[in-house]
Every structure is written in structure tokens, then in C-alpha cells.
Write a protein that binds this ligand. Structure first.
Ligand SMILES: Cc1cc2nc3c(=O)[nH]c(=O)nc-3n(C[C@H](O)[C@H](O)[C@H](O)COP(=O)(O)O)c2cc1C
Length: 360
């Protein structure tokens, strides 16, 4: 097989491999999919200010997060039911993250289970949890994470109710993550609130990541309660419709956090330029969801590694052309508002591919 040279080719291969239900599961959003498109609109509405005549022969795009060195400032975002995209499922992503040198977030709703993957990676994972039980249930989950060598747990909090995925509903298709839902257990997730966060911090030593923060106010509360990583996310536009682009709220969150916690972000990141924009606005690392899903669907573990390698080339090229050699040189001064040149949607970063019916 000819090696992928661009992310566009990986997206095309993923589309060719996946049946319509799996493709829709990977790429769909809530209701009108406005949030999903806004994530792209936000990223596409930022221009890069280029500085020249600086020595950029040595570029280092690595960073530190939760005591680990990341070869790039990215992590694989937690995704449920990865086995729908490729039989190897989450194991392909975890192994690829280890092979390349970034941290994998593992969803509690994917296969294989975290215990099975632990012996297959040398790098601590982050276990992502949806709360489906009381404090004792949560404590059991944390123990599983610790026993599997995870260096943090991540609570996803932007899913107090299921967002309406009309792309699936109109086909009467229910992805497995939504079939498993036992209503009695889901009640805990709906009720989970800042008091639970406080109780968690009081009871556990493990670093805590709260994923799904979208406002300065909530970021401030999270920091007051001692959250270690504030993760700005709107679930890739899969939950609340008509939400704001994550990149548009990053600056206010960074100001609210005021250096007291690390900041992650995800939502629509499909290019190296996207990642550089987030770092300039104060993020320490970017979560990659659909892009990693596409790499997995395109060619399993190798497809994910190749996705990260191409992303690295894009990030390094972007930094060098901007006159930057290290991530800590970036700041908002490298950015300015700029009008998008294409109608934003998930695949608009890949204009050389004809997704004919945009079949997604
Ligand atoms: C197929 C799929 C499944 C997902 N499942 C989960 C999940 O189980 N837990 C979670 O916290 N987020 C889940 N997410 C959201 C991602 O973690 C992440 O927030 C989102 O994908 C980021 O946006 P992006 O896909 O545009 O990169 C899922 C996303 C996708 C695409």
C-alpha cells in the first residue's frame, strides 16, 4: 500500500472504509450540527501572524502534561465504541499513542477494557469516566484506573442528558454506547454537580481532569475546587447544539484559570495550524477525536501513527514558517481575526477531496 502523505488522504480512506452508520457515528453532531460547524468556523476565523528572519533550524514541538513528555502538544480524545471503526478498537489508538509518544485518553465506553490494554502500553493512559453510580461506584472506577497504571482520571461533564443525534435517529440507528444506557444509572450522570467534584477531590489523590468546560465561570469553579486540568470541550459538537466554538471560549477560560491548572481543548482540530492556534491562546494540549477516529478507520494502529506523523510535519512547518522554535514562544500576538475562505464544516480543512454527497 502507498503510504499516506496528507491528512486528506487519511480522511478519504476512512470514508471509503466505513459503512454509512459507522461514518455517521464518527462524524455526526447534535441536532442541526451548528456547534460542530462552529468549531471549524472558529478555527478558520483566525489568521496566523508570521515573523521572519529568525533562526528556525531547531524546532521542538514537545511539551509536558501530567508528568509525561508529549512529542506533540496533543492527546487522543476519549471515544466510545471505537470497535465500530476498526476491529482493533481502542487498543489500536492506545498502542499508536505509545508508539508515537503522546497520551491516550480511554473512554469507559469502548472496547477492549482498560485492564486488557494496560500490559500493551508503556505510557500511562488517562481513564475517562461517565458517572453511572454513587461515590462508592466512582471509587471502584478510580481503583481500576490506578491498577491499570493511569496517571489521571477524566470526568466528562457535558453530557448530563443525551444530545439528539438526528443523523442517527432519522435512520432509526442507535450506536452501542446509547443502547447500553441503563436509565437508573444514567440518573447519576444527570445529577452530578460541583459538590461531587469537591467530594472527589477530598477523597482521591489522583489528578483530576474535568472535560466539557465551556465558560470562564465554570473554569473558575473548577480551579477553586482544585481540578488539575480544565478541558475545554463541547464534545466535538455532538451534544449541545448552537454552542460556541471551543476555540472562541479558550481565551476567557485561560484568563479565568490564571495559570492555576493546565488547560486542554478539543473540537474540530484537523490540522497542525489548528493546534498552533490553540497553544497560542493558552492551551497546553489539544485533544483529537474525529481525526484519530479517521486514522484508525483508515489503517488501524498504523493509520493513527501516520496521522500523528503528518500532524507533526504540519505543526513543525507552521512553527518554522511563523518564526517560532518552541511552543512557549507562542502567545495571542501571533494571531489575528481573519475571514474564513471556505464554508466551514468538518471536512472543509481537506478541500482536495470530493466527498461528493458530503455523505456525512
Ligand atoms: C465517535 C466518538 C465517540 C466519542 N465518545 C466519547 C466518550 O466516550 N467520552 C467522551 O468524553 N467523549 C467522547 N467523544 C468526544 C471526544 O472525546 C472529543 O471531545 C471530540 O471528539 C473532540 O472533537 P473532534 O472530534 O472534532 O476532534 C466522542 C467523540 C467521537 C467522535
Amino acid at each position: 500500500m502507498v503510504e499516506f502523505q496528507t491528512l486528506q488522504e487519511i480522511a478519504r480512506a476512512a470514508r471509503a472504509t466505513l459503512g454509512q452508520n459507522a461514518w455517521d457515528y464518527l462524524t455526526g453532531g447534535g441536532e442541526s450540527e451548528t456547534t460542530l460547524k462552529r468549531n471549524r468556523l472558529g478555527l478558520d476565523s483566525i489568521g496566523l501572524r508570521q515573523h521572519v528572519c529568525r533562526d528556525v533550524t531547531q524546532i521542538d514541538a514537545s511539551t509536558e502534561l501530567l508528568g509525561q513528555t508529549l512529542r506533540l502538544p496533543v492527546c487522543t480524545a476519549p471515544m466510545g465504541s471505537l470497535e465500530l471503526l476498526e476491529p482493533v478498537g481502542a487498543e489500536g489508538v492506545v498502542r499508536a499513542a505509545d508508539e508515537f509518544g503522546v497520551t491516550a485518553f480511554v473512554s469507559s465506553l469502548t472496547k477492549p477494557e482498560i485492564e486488557e490494554m494496560a500490559p500493551k502500553t508503556n505510557r500511562p493512559m488517562v481513564y475517562q469516566i461517565y458517572v453511572r453510580g454513587d461515590d462508592a461506584w466512582v471509587a471502584k472506577f478510580v481503583k481500576r484506573a490506578v491498577d491499570a497504571g493511569c496517571n489521571a482520571v477524566c470526568f466528562t461533564v457535558d453530557l448530563a442528558l443525551y444530545g439528539r443525534r438526528e443523523r442517527d435517529m432519522m435512520k432509526r440507528y442507535r450506536p452501542p454506547t446509547r443502547q447500553a444506557g441503563d436509565l437508573a444509572a444514567f440518573r447519576f450522570q444527570t445529577a452530578w454537580n460541583w459538590d461531587n467534584v469537591k467530594r472527589f477531590k477530598d477523597a482521591h489523590d489522583i489528578p483530576l481532569i474535568i472535560k466539557g468546560i465551556a465558560t470562564a465561570e465554570d473554569a473558575e469553579t473548577a480551579v477553586e475546587l482544585g481540578v488539575d486540568v480544565v478541558y475545554v470541550s463541547n464534545h466535538g459538537g455532538r451534544q449541545l447544539d448552537h454552542g460556541c466554538a471551543t476555540i472562541d471560549v479558550l481565551a476567557e477560560v485561560a484568563a479565568a484559570v490564571g495559570g492555576k491548572a493546565k488547560i486542554m481543548i478539543d473540537g474540530g482540530f484537523m490540522r497542525g495550524t489548528d493546534v498552533v492556534k490553540a497553544i497560542a491562546l493558552g492551551a497546553h494540549a489539544v485533544g483529537l477525536g474525529k481525526l484519530i477516529g479517521m486514522g484508525l478507520a483508515a489503517d488501524g494502529q498504523h493509520g493513527v501513527v501516520r496521522t500523528l506523523e503528518i500532524l507533526e510535519e504540519e505543526i513543525t512547518t507552521t512553527l518554522g514558517l511563523m518564526g517560532v522554535t518552541r511552543l512557549d514562544q507562542l502567545d495571542p500576538g501571533f494571531l489575528r481575526p481573519a475571514p474564513p475562505v471556505v464554508e466551514p464544516d468538518l471536512l472543509s480543512p481537506y478541500p482536495f477531496i470530493d466527498f461528493t454527497d458530503k455523505g456525512y
